[in-house]
Design a protein around this ligand. Structure first.
Ligand SMILES: [Ca+2]
Length: 428
């Protein structure tokens, strides 16, 4: 309740004041009781607060219900404990350790809330102080001076909000100022099957109207829809697609699933793509959801590792993407090697980042983590990894505008209602 009240007070009175994420290790006197689904009381409250401190978004009500149980299970899973959802001595010790780490590095940044009340925001692009955000539930949102506006859309195929699918990627045309054009990636249904497509849309008045279908029929499903789109330094549109829950498709160079695609902004295939007459730029991907380029124009992508396939788990990846290369899924994971396949630049081993949005800034890659609930920084020269932000729940995306990073949270719940934020961070 304390945390909930705090959030309400913050939203009422501190909206424009900078909020500081914690820098110091967090100390909480965790209860010594055994707590389980059905437990109630002060001990449960302290546990819920502690779980929120490391990135979960629980209501602190002292009632150990299904949400608390699933957070405990998730925590146990990530810390390689028995996954029974019961808080006892082992879970307590692991939680104390996690709190002592504080989740952030000593030079961690301060952040401000730019907008609240978002519903699973997924992508962000910025033009002259206006933020263009997609919500997975099917809204294109603009945010200006903290005000959130949802715009009507006229599309030839309705957005199918299903599982991990919905309205996902979004990017403004390089000439948006004159042509009011943008590109988006969304899930749809045809003949009872789930697909994804990439289209261009134009802002007319306050409505977004479909202009052209660039590519359709990208296999989709309840999971692994990929969905990030970005325009490269070469002015081509790059698209991440998931293998739609069918791992073999990632190795099939006739399928658009489990790939990074590259196309001209009118949807045609660039003549210098690695495979003739194909959108495929790289393959062997499971569920890539991040794309970025460094100063020298090198492309990188983040991708979710396995969650049980072949008994494999975790091993999330950050890859350096080269044209025509095979990134191994489902034949190799993590640092495994195989002839003709690329191993990742960074991988999470037995822990899980669940990496989504990826951004390059000043010699480093920054990835937004869902399960990990962190922004992780990967220094490209010394290969060091640091956590630069945590404690805000699942994080979907990070985008830099000059020296400022903008981060979207995902699935934060406030009193059972979605309350995702866009925050900005200075000093990364
Ligand atoms: Ca791989």
């Amino acid at each position: 309740m304390i945390k909930t009240l705090n959030m309400i007070f913050l939203s009422l009175f501190l909206f424009f004041l900078p909020l500081h994420a914690y820098a110091q290790p967090l100390k909480r006197d965790l209860p010594n009781d055994i707590l389980r689904n059905g437990s109630r009381g002060e001990g449960v409250k302290i546990l819920q607060q502690a779980l929120n401190d490391i990135g979960y978004s629980l209501k602190v009500d002292g009632i150990y219900g299904n949400l608390t149980e699933s957070a405990v299970k998730d925590f146990q899973k990530q810390n390689h404990l028995t996954i029974d959802g019961i808080y006892g001595p082992m879970t307590k010790r692991a939680l104390e350790k996690k709190l002592a780490e504080g989740g952030t590095d000593p030079n961690h940044p301060s952040y401000q809330i730019v907008a609240k009340g978002l519903n699973i925001p997924w992508s962000l692009d910025i033009y002259k102080g206006t933020f263009y955000v997609t919500e997975r539930s099917g809204n294109l949102v603009t945010i200006k001076d903290g005000k959130v506006v949802r715009h009507p859309m006229r599309l030839s195929k309705p957005i199918k909000v299903y599982g991990e699918g919905g309205l996902l990627g979004f990017v403004l045309d390089p000439n948006f100022g004159t042509n009011q054009t943008a590109y988006l990636y969304h899930t749809y249904e045809a003949q009872g099957k789930i697909y994804n497509r990439v289209i261009s849309v134009k802002l007319s008045g306050s409505s977004w109207i479909e202009q052209k279908e660039l590519v359709a029929g990208i296999p989709g499903g309840r999971t692994h829809n990929g969905g990030r789109i970005a325009i490269g330094p070469d002015k081509k549109l790059y698209v991440t697609t998931g293998e739609a829950g069918v791992p073999a498709l990632a190795q099939d160079v006739k399928s658009l699933a489990g790939k990074i695609l590259r196309m001209n902004l009118d949807g045609t295939i660039p003549i210098d793509n690695p495979f003739p007459d194909s959108y495929i730029y790289s393959y062997g991907h499971r569920n890539p959801q991040g794309l970025t380029w460094d100063q020298g124009g090198q492309l990188y992508s983040s991708e979710h590792g396995p969650s049980g396939e072949n008994g494999w788990r975790a091993h999330d990846e950050i890859n350096k993407i080269l044209p025509g290369k095979n990134y191994g899924w489902p034949l190799i994971i993590g640092n495994q090697k195989k002839d003709g396949m690329e191993s990742p630049l960074f991988q999470s081993g037995n822990s899980t980042w669940a990496p989504s949005g990826l951004a390059y800034y000043n010699g480093a890659l920054y990835v937004a983590g869902l399960k990990g609930a962190q922004i992780r920084k990967f220094n490209l020269s010394n290969k060091q990894e640091t956590v630069v932000l945590s404690g805000l729940g699942r994080l979907r995306n990070i985008t830099f505008d000059g020296n400022t990073a903008y981060v979207l949270t995902n699935n934060r719940l406030l009193k059972g209602k979605s309350d995702d934020w866009m925050i900005n961070i200075h000093g990364l």
